[in-house]
Design a protein around this ligand. Structure first.
Ligand code: FES
Length: 99
């Protein structure tokens, strides 16, 4: 297939007080590291988000229609390969986790 089939993707990481205390800044940093290592910094962005009302579950991430909670730094490699990369390659992956 010719051309660039990648599209811009925004990942929202909760930076509300509960998620922040649980390490949302470290989760974001790890995710940004993987994005950069994969050469995807031009097509994927990580942004802070307000509380998603999943506070008791830990760090909450929203990507498209999918909301995941209880995310730790150790979960990020799996999140990257299962939730980020497939979306960049056209997979239709609107799943709901932890909601
Ligand atoms: S502080 Fe993150 S979901 Fe509420």
């Amino acid at each position: 297939m010719a051309g660039n089939d990648e599209k811009r993707l925004t990942i929202h990481i909760c930076v509300g007080s509960s998620c922040y205390v649980r390490g949302s800044d470290q989760v974001a940093a790890r995710l940004e590291q993987l994005i950069e290592q994969a050469g995807l910094a031009d097509v994927v962005e990580v942004v802070g988000a307000f509380c998603m009302e999943q506070c008791s579950m830990g760090v909450t991430i929203r990507i498209g229609d999918t909301v995941m909670d209880g995310i730790t730094v150790d979960d990020i490699p799996r999140f990257f390969s299962e939730e980020v990369l497939p979306r960049l390659h056209g997979a239709n992956g609107a799943t709901h986790v932890g909601r």
